[in-house]
Design a binder for this molecule. Structure first.
Ligand code: AQP
Length: 339
């Protein structure tokens, strides 16, 4: 069992990152550890170059992201936790895979279409080739399980296509180089939506801070954001089909269900008929209690730069060692003589 996933240090991680991905980092880390496998979680700082960025902010966000992940339960004694920039094999393998990936495949990526919008010509090349780096990230470690939110499913399918084509083109049938990675997507809460717009995903880069719950928000801020979340005037329905065409209500009920481990049907059985004036404070309470221990641990860790850098340095050394055999094999398969 090889678990591999990454998160961009492009801002404060939010509830979508937590429910869509981080909760499963911790779950799979423990399963892999118990089964004698490995778990690799990396900060995708190379991916962060795909958008305009401030170098000093990137360094600061990288340390804060390590502190947040550890506060959420990612355990550096069970997980190889590192940042991409310290493991050059990611960028090297991406270049090797650029020869296999097809322009048409990348052109179909919905994240590229969404983020580029009408201004494709003005985007960085990195935004376009982002999914090839992502393929390199997971193929380098022969990932079997990749915990991600639903928005990354298409990129994982692309990684499988790249791996398959490389194996077909450059390896013998009985000795394929790359393992085809499987996405591990939570059955519920795979896509948490913005608190200001139930049709847009909750995102670090949304200009409105009110659109997301950051994992480091204090209790008052969490309550304020939940109470100001956009909703409709109707009370909650008692059955799931009553949430159809009510994107904001569906999102809040989904968050409540994911945090309490209940099904949507159970949440509606309990809260159906209630207006948002009553449901929002109940949701706020659940959120505050979930975030309380994460916040406390984050505050203890965040200023210890030396300890955070040491976690990354140790993880990077382990990652370099684990990735090397696959990188060397990829060079060899392509007929490249490597020094
Ligand atoms: N709203 C979401 N719901 C569920 N899962 C989500 N993820 C992100 N947003 C949601 C999952 O979190 C992991 C890390 O994501 P990322 O930071 O690497 O990139 P992203 O998907 O681009 O996240 P953001 O917040 O939208 O960042 P920006 O704004 O910087 O682009 C991934 O597994 C992702 O699926």
């Amino acid at each position: 069992m090889r678990v591999v996933s990454g998160i961009q240090p492009t801002g404060k991680p939010h509830l979508g990152n937590y429910l869509g991905a981080i909760v499963n980092y911790v779950k799979l880390q423990d399963e892999a550890h118990a089964a004698g496998g490995e778990c690799f979680i990396f900060l995708a700082d190379l991916h962060a170059l795909s958008q305009p960025h401030d170098p000093a902010e990137l360094t600061k966000n990288t340390r804060e992201m390590v502190a947040t992940l550890v506060a959420c339960g990612v355990d550096p004694s069970k997980t190889i936790l590192f940042n991409q920039a310290q493991v050059p094999a990611h960028a090297e393998l991406q270049w090797l895979l650029n020869g296999t990936a097809r322009m048409g495949w990348l052109n179909r990526m919905t994240q590229w279409k969404d983020k580029a919008g009408k201004n494709r010509e003005g985007q960085s090349v990195a935004l376009f080739t982002y999914p090839v780096l992502q393929a390199a990230d997971v193929l380098l470690y022969q990932a079997t399980h990749v915990p991600v939110g639903e928005d990354q499913k298409q990129h994982l399918e692309l990684a499988r296509d790249i791996a398959q084509k490389f194996n077909n083109d450059f390896c013998s049938e009985d000795a394929p180089l790359f393992t085809l990675p499987e996405p591990y997507i939570p059955p519920a809460a795979a896509r948490i939506m913005s608190l200001r717009d139930g049709t847009a995903k909750m995102s670090k880069s949304d200009p409105s801070d009110m659109s997301r719950i950051s994992l480091t928000d204090d209790p008052d801020t969490v309550m304020k954001k939940v109470k100001k979340a956009k909703t409709d005037p109707e009370p909650l329905p008692s059955e799931e089909k009553g949430l159809e065409d009510r994107a904001e209500a569906k999102n809040l009920v989904g968050i409540y269900a994911a945090l309490t481990g209940k099904s949507t049907a159970d949440v509606l059985a309990e809260h159906g008929g209630q207006g948002f004036g009553a449901f929002k404070p109940a949701l706020g309470e659940v959120l505050v209690e979930t975030l309380r221990p994460i916040n406390a641990r984050f505050m203890e860790l965040k200023d210890d730069q030396e300890a955070l850098d040491a976690i990354l340095a140790r993880g990077a050394a382990q990652a370099r060692e684990h990735g090397l055999p696959t990188l060397n094999a990829a060079y060899k398969a392509l007929g490249l003589v490597r020094g």
